[in-house]
Design a protein around this ligand. Structure first.
Ligand code: ATP
Ligand code: MG
Length: 384
């Protein structure tokens, strides 16, 4: 697998200025697994001001420079280059109190979370792996670098990162690491809900999420105490890897109200929350397999949400085909397609909230196919 030439050029520039430079973290892990990385991180012995000098002719973003990160803008997007760092103590269980730059690669790798994430590779493909990342990769194991108790105590988010990697890669968590995660799980209360949510997303999207949730349920229960896991595990296995669908599968048995409480606490975006709650509410009521029923349901909840929801009702192609037909016929699936609008209603003498009410009555009649979607007929109906 070739390193993209833009990345190789960055490594070459640092090297020819006399510094060490490596790919590091997720991109090395992915490449060792034969997977194309989704982005490349570079680490170097050059200190921040030295990096700046090496890339003086390039377009860069300096916002992270205090923490040792310079972003170089290339044809394939921004590439983050970070000075080798050591991290000091962590008093808030999340952020190091101070970072210290170092010239030693090994010290930088030692601060990283898991052995499979603590490897570096130079532009010739030579791998530095002081903590046995390649062996753990081959055995399919997520293992903390160093003493797991200390490492998860420093930064409790690592607990959920570990579960996420386990779920995504299908790796087991090493026994001692898993024990430390369970013991220190209460420290997750120090972590911002947004970060927890983002890791949970990765976790539920992973191919092994059901197994990971089951194996590490005591950890999961500290962030989702409301969860009733038994039904969720089976359901998750059959649910496509879309975030809202997976969250709905996860929270279905807890009921809509509890799910709402969980999602509020996790501070999920409103649209996300609405969609999950809609799935939880609607999925126990499969749509009848008639065009009329599909039409009515699509109009109530929106065609896009309907199509996602349909996966809970079995693989049937019928729903997808019927929605496609309805769209092709320009069927009335929302107020937009109704043959009359607010102005038409006002022309009949309605005003204020009565306009919206009249539109909704007509919409309801059209989607239940009691009235055809034709202007004259609708207006004469509402005139009465
Ligand atoms: P992904 O493919 O999900 O991006 P990644 O391994 O690149 O996986 P990132 O969150 O992008 O994960 O982090 C990049 C690297 O930084 C990690 O591989 C790891 O070496 C290090 N890292 C990130 N977060 C932490 C953390 N909380 N504690 C220690 N090291 C971390
Ligand atoms: Mg990454």
């Amino acid at each position: 697998m070739q390193i993209p030439k833009e990345i190789d050029e960055i490594l070459r520039r640092l090297e020819s200025a006399g510094y060490e430079a490596y790919l590091v973290g997720g991109c090395v892990r992915d490449r060792c697994m034969g997977k194309e990385p989704h982005d490349y991180d570079v680490t170097t012995s050059a200190f921040p001001n030295e990096m700046k000098r090496v890339f003086i002719t390039e377009r860069v973003i300096e916002t992270g420079l205090k923490h040792g990160t310079l972003t170089v803008l290339t044809a394939i997007g921004g590439v983050e280059i970070t000075t080798f760092r050591q991290e000091g103590s962590y008093s808030d269980h999340r952020h190091p109190d101070q970072v210290q730059f170092t010239r030693a690669l090994k010290e930088d790798l030692a601060r990283r979370d898991f052995t499979v994430n603590a490897m570096a590779m130079d532009r010739r493909g030579v791998i530095a792996d002081p903590f046995g990342g390649q062996a753990d990769l081959a055995d399919g194991i997520i293992r903390c670098v160093g003493d797991p108790r200390r490492r998860v105590e420093e930064d409790a988010l690592r607990i959920l990162r570990g579960l996420r990697f386990s779920s995504r890669l299908g790796f087991a968590i090493a026994e001692e690491t898993a024990a430390a995660m369970e013991e220190k799980a209460p420290l997750l209360h120090f972590i911002a809900q947004e970060r927890i949510f983002s890791e949970l997303c990765g976790l539920v999207l992973g191919k092994d999420c059901a197994a990971v949730l089951h194996r590490h349920r005591r950890v999961v229960q500290t962030v989702l105490p409301e969860l009733s896991l038994d039904g969720a595990l089976e359901r998750l296995k059959g649910t496509p890897a879309k975030e809202t669908l997976r969250f709905a599968a996860l929270l279905m048995d807890s009921g809509e109200e509890t799910a709402g409480v969980v999602l509020s606490r996790l501070k999920v975006p409103t649209a996300f929350r609405k969609e999950v709650l809609l799935f939880i509410r609607e999925s126990p009521k499969p749509c009848e397999k008639t065009k009329k029923a599909v039409h009515a349901r699509c109009a109530r909840i929106g065609a896009e949400a309907f199509l996602k929801l349909a996966v809970f009702w079995g693989k049937d192609e019928f729903y997808a085909q019927t929605v496609a037909e309805l769209k092709k016929e320009k069927a009335c699936l929302s107020l937009k397609e109704l043959a009359v609008d607010g102005k038409d209603i006002q022309a009949l003498g309605y005003s204020g909230t009565a306009v919206g009410q009249a539109l909704n009555i007509l919409f309801e009649k059209v989607i239940t196919e009691e009235l055809p979607n034709q202007k004259e007929l609708l207006l004469s109906y509402i005139k009465k």
